[in-house]
Design a protein around this ligand. Structure first.
Ligand code: 4AD
Ligand code: MG
Length: 457
């Protein structure tokens, strides 16, 4: 039986077997106390082992040793735990060599990142990854309860959704000597897929195909961006949730996004248990109250133009001075969410020049029906928009941005055959894990981070 179930039920029994890894061992005159963790929950199970009976085994145990123990679960005579295991039999499954790097002291997150194969055994990372799991489950719960269809968009693609040229190539060419055309350019027609292929930056374009056929749907999958940003909020491989909503405008899109984020906060409070308590005490003081507050609050909604005005009038010294037309920097996002409004803020209707080709052109001809959701500390966690459903306007935008309309022939077809108003958004999964756990670096909320110069494990 796993320790979570045992502790949850405060189980009393004369016969049980548990297995796990020793966190600490403390020896007194007659008994040894072992704190056992099996990863099922934050808490350890305390076990008492008779020194004379198990002298040899006990001496072979240290932090990290894997053991199987059986015995009786009894009410604990000592304070600190409700029940404890009185060991009748103990077996070492795997010993630990003396160079085990995870000793019972506080290690820095940087150090633990270098031993990502061991860090899930550390308290903080166990808590973070179990909370990540709650969030993943809750994502599906939210959309399934509302009748959205889950679909998997392709990972290898030949279209650049964001048009930002930040894609990783996928090729089977010998890089030292790829086939070349008469003009001495690389001849992608001879490559595996017959054209230049990449890892996807977003499943949105494919989600739109399904939204305009089977209706509301969502993807939840890995996406890849070769942006060379060495920041605490960017990964080269991250997971994104992308709902696409048929017959919906930008306001309805934000309504869904807001309900979605609130649902995630609510579920973390409901299911976070010891993991959330630990985070609330040690990593991100007060996060439980904050999540509670945000799961009920209405999110602020302002336009980009209003946001710029607020920033300009703030009297704040920004590294990048705000002015209409610039992309919001993280210092601006923080000002809006932490000082101006003290909570989540939707910013809408951005200048067309700083947003992707597929966003619906507003009547002013200058802005598009875009929305970003900003959160305190982490900044942008959602990017979304109403999609341009008008064939001619979309074609113009694609050309204006220097993209090749032929690459988007099937996307254009959706506008030719029964086009409808539709909207959607993408939520960066690691960013929300980062927000609810208060971890300052995004590399510490994904099991195996990929970033410039980093692809170990
Ligand atoms: O704003 P983005 O680029 O939007 C899209 O990809 C749209 N196609 C989504 C849609 O409308 N279906 O990315 C969406 C979110 C961001 O708000 C951010 O949370 C996250 O994805 N994100 C990243 N997370 C980690 N590392 C990166 N390099 C990220 N880039 C974007
Ligand atoms: Mg964005």
């Amino acid at each position: 039986m796993r320790i979570k179930e045992i502790l949850g039920k405060k189980l009393i029994t004369d016969s049980i077997t548990v297995s796990g890894w020793v966190r600490t061992k403390r020896t007194s005159k007659s008994v040894t106390f072992i704190e056992l963790n099996d990863g099922s929950c934050f808490s350890n199970l305390q076990a008492t082992v008779d020194n004379t009976e198990f002298e040899e085994t006990v001496s072979g145990i240290s932090t990290g040793t894997s053991v199987e123990m059986s015995g009786a679960l009894i009410p604990s005579p000592a304070s600190g735990q409700d029940i404890e295991l009185q060991v009748k039999n103990i077996k070492i499954l795997g010993g630990v060599s003396p160079d085990y790097p995870l000793q019972k002291k506080r290690h820095s997150f940087e150090f633990l990142r270098d031993i990502a194969h061991l860090r899930p055994r550390a308290n903080t990372f166990g808590a973070v990854f179990r909370i990540r799991n709650i969030l993943a489950y809750s994502v599906h719960e939210f959309f399934q309860e509302r009748g959205y269809v889950y679909l998997n968009s392709p990972i290898v693609t030949t279209s650049d959704c964001e048009g930002a040229g930040e894609m990783f190539n996928v090729s089977t060419f010998n890089m030292e000597n790829p086939p070349r055309t008469d003009k001495n350019e690389i001849d992608w027609t001879k490559d595996f897929f017959g054209k230049k292929a990449s890892l996807t930056v977003s499943g949105q374009l494919e989600a739109e195909i399904f939204a305009t056929s089977i209706g509301n749907c969502y993807t939840f999958g890995p996406t890849f961006r070769a942006e060379n940003s060495n920041t605490s909020r960017h990964l080269a491989e991250f997971w994104m949730i992308e709902p696409e909503i048929a017959f919906a405008n930008l306001k309805e899109d934000m309504d869904v996004a807001e309900a979605f984020v609130r649902h995630l906060f609510k579920k973390v409070i409901e299911k976070g248990g010891d993991d959330l308590d630990f985070i609330n005490k040690r990593i991100s003081q007060g996060i439980t109250d904050l999540l509670e507050k945000l799961s009920k609050a209405d999110f602020t909604r302002i336009t980009y133009t209003e946001a710029i005005e607020i920033l300009e009038k703030s009297g704040e010294k920004f590294e990048y001075p705000p002015s209409w037309g610039i992309d919001l920097q993280s210092e601006h996002e923080r000002y809006l969410t932490e000082k101006a409004f003290d909570g989540p803020v939707f910013v809408t209707d951005y200048p067309k020049d700083i947003k992707a080709f597929y966003m619906r052109m507003n009547d002013d001809g200058k802005t598009v029906a875009a929305m970003d959701l900003l959160l305190p500390r982490v900044g942008e966690i959602i990017g979304g928009s109403q999609r341009e459903e008008r064939y001619d306007i979309l074609l113009d935008r694609i050309k204006q941005l220097g993209l090749n309309p032929e690459d988007y022939w099937w996307y254009m077809d959706l506008r030719k055959y029964g086009t409808v108003e539709h909207s959607g958004f993408g939520l960066g999964f690691e960013r929300i894990v980062q927000f609810v756990t208060g971890m300052s670096n995004i590399r510490d909320v994904i099991p195996f981070p990929r970033a410039p110069g980093l692809a170990e494990f």
